[in-house]
Design a protein around this ligand. Sequence first.
Ligand SMILES: Nc1ncnc2c1ncn2[C@@H]1O[C@H](COP(=O)(O)OP(=O)(O)OP(=O)(O)O)[C@@H](O)[C@H]1O
Length: 519
Amino acid sequence: MDAERQKVVQLQENHQALSRELAAARTFELTQRRELVNASDEMDALRKRHAREIMELEMDMRKREREIRELNEDLGAVRGDLVCERATVSTLKGALAQQETAQLMLQVRNDALQKELGTLQSSFDCSAETVSKLKLDLESAQNRVLELEQEAREAEMVRRKLHNLVQELKGNIRVFCRVRPLKEQSMARIQFPDTRDHREIILSSTSESATGQERKETWNFSFDRVFEPHSTQEDVFEEISQLAQSCTDGYNVCIFAYGQTGSGKSFTMEGGSTPATQGMIPRAVDQVFRVTEELKTKGWEYTLEGQFLEIYNETINDLLGKGEFDKKRHEIKHEKGTTRITDVVVLPLRSPAQVRSLLSLANSRRTVAATLMNERSSRSHSVFTLRIRGMNAHTGEACEGALNLVDLAGSERLNASGAGADKDRLRETQAINKSLSALGDVIAALGEKSEKGDKHIPYRNSKLTYLLQNSLSGNSKTLMVLNLSPLAAHLNESLCSLRFATKVNNTTIGTAKKQMKTV
Ligand SMILES: Nc1ncnc2c1ncn2[C@@H]1O[C@H](COP(=O)(O)OP(=O)(O)OP(=O)(O)O)[C@@H](O)[C@H]1O
């Protein structure tokens, strides 16, 4: 029992010891658990910190990667630049080598030039001497040129005087007669006996007398020049050109074409469209432009102006006007030796080509009017005026002249009975007759005045003579070109024209005066 008791005690002791050990183990487990919880918390904290650190590291890594990429790009660009730089360097090396060669060559050349300079310097010294000699020669040559220019100007003045003298000797009113060629068959009997001077013309006709006998009549006329049918425009202008040139010397010049309708007045004055057939107006204009250009070398400067008028039924119309034809009233004013027509277009003339286009403009205006008025151009007078003013800066001279080129209306007379003529035609014919006979009267009066002295000149009797007053007076040079039709049927008209022209030809008008001023 005791053993049993002891065993129980033992067991109790063991139990107590085991309980103590269990309590101790529990405590230890608790401690261990607490430590585990702590360790787990710590691990969580560590995990979080680690995760944060990983994130930071990843961000850092990405940043680095970006930087590496950027650096790689920079590196690529730098490599490209490096390639370029290397190419540039090699080019520059080549250029440098070339420069060195060139420099070497320049050096050689420089040496050669230095030598040449030396030679030139010595020849320059020689030349300087020659130059100073030449300068002296030039000075004396310039003085000689001035002398020669002065002589040329004096010679020009002498030429002008002589030119005028020749014109005066020929008479200040001259008459040319031109017979136009014949297309038709029945030609009147016209002879030109003066084969040397071409001054005579003979008309003849045969008719039957009352007793049945053949009667022959001849009429002799002589003029300053007679142009046969084969004469060219150039032949006629050759005789006129001197006169036309006078206007550049300060004279008033008037050239008329007179004759019956179809006798060749317009052909003579305006002519055809080819150079060979162009008439007196374009030729005179060309000549004036040519002469004014030539005279520039002698110190003359010219200004040219033109106007183109028509006188129809005693009314003046402006052929260069812009407004409606025949509507404006134009009046003639004479002031201090110059003639002005109110409200007409006066254009500065710059070239022969411009004048030609003005002439065709004038003709087109006339043609338009002709559709309303039958054959207007033969029933009206046309007056082209070229006014010319010259100044000579060297001599201080100034001159003013005018060239009037007049295509007169047809001079044929109305049928004796006046039959067949309508009212308008009658009025036209009366106006033409009035102005042509006024022209004859003025020329006759001028002739008488130069013989007897004082004499009234009836310029105002027609628009034509009043318009041309300054160009008809003794102060100017006048030429009448009598145009004749060679048709047998026109014999009587031709005789009338020849008689009128003879009257004009027998007139001597006083000396023409130059319109010169000193400025
Ligand atoms: N010398 C000439 N050479 C060649 N043809 C000419 C000559 N003269 C005149 N003619 C011609 O004769 C015709 C009549 O001439 P023009 O028209 O010049 O006469 P006109 O007298 O002016 O007549 P109008 O008074 O009707 O104007 C025209 O066809 C013209 O070309």
